[in-house]
Design a protein around this ligand. Structure first.
Ligand code: SAM
Ligand code: SF4
Ligand code: F3S
Length: 468
């Protein structure tokens, strides 16, 4: 698709701003309240912050209490069945708040909303939901919401679109030091188990200047831990009219002066390059941390998953990354119980985990997603059996994480204090450059600062320390 058809024109964005103005006028003197709940990955969290930005511009304040809200927005995730069940449960509960306040507007958006089967179920069985739209329609939220207020009719906007890029949408960020910046949207990879490409459209990269301007602004505002987001940041730039890739973007961001860390996720191993690792190694601000999902340690399963790399290629990548960045903190995603996976194949995954020694893993039991290729594959192994393999994997990883954490005891490390924990003994939370959680002694005045701390204790999930 041509680049000019991907970027939403300024005139269209101005139209959306006008709808935000109309909604503000509609409410007049009374300030309406919105309750926003986001599920899923950081990209969805970033989308949620833009939806909140639009709501704020429409005049809304925010509440965590659905009963108090004039508008409830549920920003959903479709990646596993469990995530969807939770949303249906939440929507069910909202019938009560709607009964008490029939004027309440209920909005369902995000990845689940883009699935035809979900939209059908909402249309038929969740009649209290007023507005449904998928991730590709996010920029049109003001117009869609205005249609609900103006016509008091249900609105569904879930056309299967390539997807677009809208710059300049207002954002409500979490206060503090962390910020998310989407550098691209969509996914072209069609891993056979995954719903994301079906619900988030094709890959499209934001212009480098737009990303650079946003990061510059965040650094100026005092954000210190900035994560660049994309389903596969390594294909950033493939759709731009210029020769420019993710490493080029990282290199330019790194030139922005200030005291901050840059992270990114996710990186698909099939497109990870030595250039990327060299750029990280030579940078001032890019954290020596890599999230590189491998999904399976068995070549047949990797082929069936359509991942387009082998175990050997993955090992080679990790070896190179570690050679140029000693001490690199490495994390990954892995799926156990892909259709047709045997115990021996699952144990290949466990052996890869042992061989590599990840700092942390995000482990998932395969969940069939209707509409994907894998959901059509025979899946004879009972869940209880898969659970045993899963538990074996967890045991290996937990022991590994505990050992790696234990090795920090006695060391002095630099951390960014990012919040308060509510724990009397270790009232602060902080992160190392590698994104390891460190619970800290110390007062609230340290929040938002980089400080040196001595690690005094650890467990599987966290380090404990005190400022030096
Ligand atoms: N784009 C990222 C990548 O390729 O690394 C991953 C995005 S996905 C939202 C996050 C993780 O969810 C995947 O890495 C995978 O491990 C897991 N996942 C995706 N589909 C799944 C499924 N059907 N069942 C279980 N886990 C799944
Ligand atoms: Fe899903 Fe694969 Fe795309 Fe990641 S790269 S979002 S796992 S299809
Ligand atoms: Fe993210 Fe879930 Fe969508 S993981 S991309 S919110 S399906």
């Amino acid at each position: 698709m041509k680049r000019e058809n991907v970027l939403i024109p300024e005139a269209e964005l101005a139209r959306q701003r006008a709808f935000m103005g109309k909604i503000r006028t509609f409410w007049g003197e009374t300030q309406p309240a919105a309750c926003v709940e986001t599920f899923g990955c950081q990209q969805n969290v970033a989308d949620g912050q833009r939806l909140m930005g639009m709501l704020e511009t429409c005049g809304f304040r925010f509440t965590n209490e659905p009963k108090e809200a004039d508008l409830v927005l549920v920003n959903t995730c479709a990646v596993r069945e469990h995530a969807e069940q939770r949303v249906f449960g939440n929507l069910g509960i909202l019938t009560h708040s709607k009964k008490e306040n029939p004027q309440q507007v209920i909005v369902l958006c995000g990845c689940m909303a883009q699935e035809e089967r979900v939209a059908k179920r909402i249309r038929e069985s969740y009649r209290h939901v007023d507005l449904v739209f998928g991730p590709q329609a996010l920029w049109k939220f003001p117009e869609l919401l205005w249609q609900v207020y103006e016509n008091r009719k249900r609105v569904f906007s879930i056309q299967d679109e390539h997807g677009s890029i809208a710059e300049g949408i207002p954002v409500v960020r979490e206060r503090g030091v962390k910020a998310w910046v989407s550098v691209m949207y969509g996914c072209n990879n069609f891993c056979s188990y995954c719903i994301v490409p079906y619900v988030r459209g094709r890959e499209r990269s934001r212009d480098p200047e737009a990303v650079l301007a946003e990061v510059r602004q965040l650094v100026q505002e005092g954000y210190k831990d900035i994560t660049l987001l994309g389903q596969n940041v390594n294909s950033y730039g493939n759709d731009l009219d210029i020769q420019y890739d993710f490493s080029d973007l990282l290199r330019e961001i790194d030139q922005i002066d200030g005291d901050y860390w840059i992270r990114f996720m996710s990186s698909h191993p099939k497109d990870a390059t030595q250039k990327l690792f060299d750029t990280m190694a030579q940078s001032r601000h890019v954290a020596r941390q890599l999230h590189l999902p491998f999904q399976s340690g068995n070549d047949r399963i990797l082929r069936e998953m359509n991942r387009r790399y082998t175990r050997a290629q993955y090992l080679e990548l990790v070896q190179y990354a570690r050679s140029v960045m000693p001490g690199l903190v490495l994390t990954s995603d892995v799926i156990i119980g892909f259709p047709g996976e045997t115990e021996a194949e699952a144990m290949d995954t466990v052996s890869l985990v042992k061989e590599i020694g990840f700092d942390a893993l995000f482990t998932f039991l395969y969940s069939p997603r209707p509409g994907t290729k894998a959901a059509e594959m025979p899946d004879p192994v009972p869940r209880a059996e898969k659970q045993k393999w899963f538990d074996a994997l967890l045991e290996v990883q937990n022991a590994q994480s505990a050992a790696l954490h234990g090795a920090y005891i006695g060391q002095t490390v630099r951390v960014l204090v990012d919040g308060e924990s509510g724990d009397a003994d270790f009232p602060l939370t902080s992160r190392t450059e590698g994104n390891r959680l460190v619970r800290l002694k110390g007062g609230p005045e340290l929040a938002g600062h980089f400080i040196d701390v001595k690690i005094t204790d650890s467990n599987t999930w966290a380090l404990y320390g005190e400022p030096v």
